[in-house]
Design a binder for this molecule. Structure first.
Ligand code: AR6
Length: 172
């Protein structure tokens, strides 16, 4: 299944590069210092331009499990939400991944934004297992969309075909 309706919203899956999406918000798999390194962050830095890192520097950093918002710079997306996922091995990883997902969705409602695309947070450089990530991120999103939200669309954008399959199985 590539799409699931939850109350008034929709969850969908797509395979590809998240920085190519035309959507209100794309999510960066960030670190707590908000320094854009490799992976998704590197792609955002390259395509979005230096203004995104500049705004991150002004914010300065945040805790693991939190999320902050900046402009999308030159990206097609209007904004980037920087969600700080856990590094595998630091402890309390599941709770922190759930929190990074919820706090991103809360920012959407705070700023009255309608559509958001997430990567598989923490599953690259930070080493979190993809299957567990798919369960945590999808369950958390379903629960959030059951509440009183004005988010219309949540996309999970998976980079590889195998990661896409894992999310597809979990959404069923
Ligand atoms: N579009 C969609 N997904 C992607 C893309 C892309 N362009 N590029 C990679 N992925 P990662 P993390 C997938 O490493 O593990 C950085 O240095 C990738 O295959 O981006 O949370 C930051 O600055 C993987 O499944 O994020 C942090 O310090 C997923 O996105 C740190 O890495 C997340 O991989 C964050 O590590």
């Amino acid at each position: 299944m590539k799409e699931l309706k939850v109350k008034n919203s929709k969850i969908s899956l797509i395979q590809g590069d998240i920085t190519d999406l035309q959507i209100d918000v794309i999510v960066n798999a960030a670190n707590d210092r908000l320094i854009l390194g490799g992976g998704v962050a590197g792609a955002i830095r390259k395509k979005g331009g230096p203004i995104i890192q500049d705004e991150c520097n002004k914010i300065g950093g945040t805790f693991v499990g939190d999320a902050v918002i900046t402009t999308g710079g030159n990206l097609k997306a209007k904004h980037v939400i920087h969600a700080v996922g856990p590094r595998m091995g630091e402890g309390d990883e599941d709770k922190k991944l759930r929190s990074a997902t919820v706090n991103s969705l809360k920012l959407m409602d705070k700023f009255n934004l309608k559509s958001i695309a997430f990567p598989a947070i923490s599953t690259g450089i930070f080493g979190f297992p993809i299957k567990k990530c798919s369960k945590i991120m999808i369950d958390t999103t379903k629960e959030y969309l059951q509440t009183d939200t004005q988010i219309e669309k949540v996309v999970f954008c998976l980079y590889t075909a195998s990661d896409f399959e894992v999310f597809e199985k979990e959404l069923k």
